[in-house]
Design a protein around this ligand. Sequence first.
Ligand code: FES
Ligand code: FE2
Length: 430
Amino acid sequence: MNVQPDLGAPGSLHARFPELGTGPLPAEPYVSPAWFEREKTHVFKKVWQHVGRVEELPLPGSYLCVDLPASDAAIIVTRGDDGQLHAMHNVCSHRLNKILYEERGRVPKLFCQFHGWTYELDGQVSRIPEERMFGNIDRAACALAPVAVDTWGGFIFVNVDPKPAMSLRDFLGPLILPLESFPFGKMTNCFTWRTTVRANWKMCVDAFQELYHVGFVHGRSIAGALRKDEHGALSPIDALCGEHHRRLSIAGNPHTVYGNPNAASSEGAAPAGAKPIAAAALRLGRNSMTERFDPADLPAALNWQNDPDWAFDINCVFPDFYLSLRPNYMQAYNFRPISHNETLFDARVYYPEVSTAGGRFYQEYMKVALRDVLLEDLSTLEHTQRAAETGAKQVMYLQDNEIMVRHQVWVVERMIREGEAAARAAEALA
Ligand code: FES
Ligand SMILES: [Fe+2]
């Protein structure tokens, strides 16, 4: 007996994306170490991965080190003397020491502390102490192993595949590229939290790509800031599922501070029902931004259904980059896999600069409000992972508005299937 309503019924999100299917979702991709190994090989060693923003590398010699355990890689990104970005593996060519130990900084050259080999900012060998003792060593062959690097919208992406199958722009494709005119570069005031969550990376992303949980997990915080539909449900305005990436458009309650993206820039009283501290923060923060944001300048791809109550769009840039865009701030999260059941959650919020203490107070209030919401989100994840790992259930059931959860597993499964087929074909030819 089919106990579920027809997810593919006309008008449903699932009907729009029939390739994703409608059945229960397998638990295996969330709990299996063997599955994670397949993801490492066919997903994380193949795709472009977000590692930071160009503002973090302002000057020649600025660098950024990023561990990518799911790619078996530790990467250095530098800004060279030529002003260009370079990326390379953080592994010395001599006896394979790690070259840079700090996460970020600025150096004139890349210096290995073990025996003093020195590299230019683009990874070419600069100096080998006692070089004559190596015989006729090939300096070019001793360059640091390069990694593909490119930027989009000021975000830095790397790809550890020595021959990436597609360019970053082709990878981002028609779902993400149209967001390029978003004023990313005007939002340089960044707040960061970072923690290790003992849960599968997909489980972590899932907690941020559906609204079904909001009425429960966030029942006392932000549930009232989102718009309910005629059934009292928190349904998204719309969802888009692409070849790799996905987008969700969300309506707010315009009578709240959190759910009204124009609250800080419009004149008049604070929304009715706002907590006193929220109203004070709003009042003090008005007109404090050093940048102007005209809604007409936002990319048309945002709020693509032109909903008057639109609050924000969530963009899940496959595999682990979450980019939530609002008219005057953005959230950029990474859910970087460490193992099949551990994830580094790197949460960043970017605001424009402010010129007054009141503006700073407003941003601090928004930041703390968001921190509490994130803690609510994290409160379930480790319990979910442990429960899923008992093996008591082999599948999970999704409702129509959880289509992004389904899409994520669909993309991962497809990449593994295609990667393994290609590997078998190459083996047959060999
Ligand atoms: S391992 Fe780097 S100089 Fe020897
Ligand atoms: Fe949440």
